[in-house]
Design a protein around this ligand. Structure first.
Ligand SMILES: CC(C)(COP(=O)(O)OP(=O)(O)OC[C@H]1O[C@@H](n2cnc3c(N)ncnc32)[C@H](O)[C@@H]1OP(=O)(O)O)[C@@H](O)C(=O)NCCC(=O)NCCS
Length: 333
């Protein structure tokens, strides 16, 4: 009989490219009809990081993973599984997780990618945690890694100002305490609204409809206003559901909320509707913009490193994005 285990968050790490791109570069260097003031007041973003030459989801993901493995007090040899969430893989095949496995020098362990856009990290966390809970893996590496600026149309002011590159990673480990660590993960999707965020590729059958400047196959396409409304509605639902989950699981409440770092106005609107206290929310989108699947693990790593959350806290992670997908995880640190 399989012995079910608790799933502890044992280590975290992140990696951001060195190149900082402040808002004024969109006007000064790219001649875009926008302004630092518009971007700051409509999104909360002040700057973001752009991957440099040779930096990819795999290289950033490998560096973030090394930091997570170090912070867990383990070595690459201890890892039994790698799950990487990305919508900007280095290659269609092999997976970014395979490249990370090679980069870290891990044993011949299973490694694969998950595609769920900005919810990807929580989807990956769910899959990896089930390997740990059943005893199929002792230590797993979960990575969110993106270079979304490589799919961005820098003539489209509606979308190009939003995104940044980076990677975050966590190590999950089995613990005999069933009520430790990951307490609840909720995952959702609605493919009927797939057109709201898309990144076509060479295998996309027909060029998707859209304005002429977005006809290039590999450009990210976004209906910002509709996504804004979807994100607020789902974030409110996820927070309210997590508060119910806390009561049912006997947890005293949410100490820190780490939302997908997408737009300060989305976060503010959701906090107001759900009456969730803003002082309990971790935000770093002003520095990094929206890094898609990497945003939640980067913010989680920063929250832990800066003492924003500490052992004993209950943390709620919340994410939403293309698919459409939305998701949450309640973790007792
Ligand atoms: C994209 C987003 C920042 C736009 O903000 P908004 O307040 O909804 O703005 P709107 O789309 O209503 O546009 C308002 C006006 O600003 C203009 N505008 C858009 N981007 C601009 C920019 N960078 N600079 C200046 N003006 C801009 C629009 O053209 C529009 O002008 P119009 O009224 O003359 O048509 C916001 O909707 C958002 O963050 N959406 C979600 C982002 C997302 O999808 N992320 C990925 C998935 S998680």
């Amino acid at each position: 009989m399989t012995q079910l285990l608790g799933v502890a968050l044992r280590g975290t790490g992140s990696c951001l490219p060195a190149r900082v791109v402040p808002n004024h570069e969109f006007t000064d260097a790219l001649n875009l009809d926008t302004s630092d003031e518009w971007i700051r007041t409509r999104t909360g973003i002040r700057e973001r990081r752009f991957a440099g030459l040779g930096e990819t989801s795999a290289t950033l993901g490998t560096a973030a993973s090394r930091n997570a493995i170090d912070s867990a007090g383990l070595t690459a040899d201890d890892i039994d599984l790698i799950v990487c969430a990305t919508v900007t893989p280095d290659l269609m095949c092999p997976s970014t997780a395979n490249l990370i496995q090679a980069g870290l020098g891990c044993r011949h362990i299973p490694a694969f990618d998950i595609s769920a856009a900005c919810s990807g990290f929580l989807y990956a966390l769910s899959v990896a945690s089930q390997f740990v809970r059943t005893g199929a893996a002792k230590h797993t590496l979960v990575v969110g890694a993106e270079v979304l600026t490589r799919t961005t149309d820098f003539t489209d002011r509606n979308s190009c100002i939003l995104f940044g590159d980076g990677a975050g990673a966590v190590v999950l480990s089995g613990t005999p305490v069933l009520n430790a660590g990951i307490r609840m993960i909720r995952l959702y999707s609605d493919g009927t609204r797939q057109e709201l965020i898309q990144v076509p590729s060479k295998v996309t059958p027909n060029p998707p409809p859209g304005p002429p400047q977005l006809q290039r196959l590999d450009y990210l396409r976004l209906s910002g206003r509709e996504v804004f409304r979807f994100a607020v509605t789902r974030m409110v639902e996820l927070i309210e559901q997590a508060e119910i989950d806390c009561r049912e699981l006997g947890l005293s409440g949410i100490d820190v909320l780490i939302p997908h770092q997408v737009n300060q106005r989305i976060i503010d609107a959701a906090l107001e509707s759900s009456e969730f206290p803003s002082e309990k929310v971790m935000v770093n989108l002003d520095k990094y913009g929206n890094t898609s699947a990497a945003s939640v693990p980067i913010a989680l790593d920063e929250a832990l490193r800066t003492g924003r959350c500490k052992p004993g806290d209950t943390v709620l992670l919340v994410a939403f994005g293309g698919g459409l997908t939305w998701s949450s995880a309640l973790i007792a640190l």
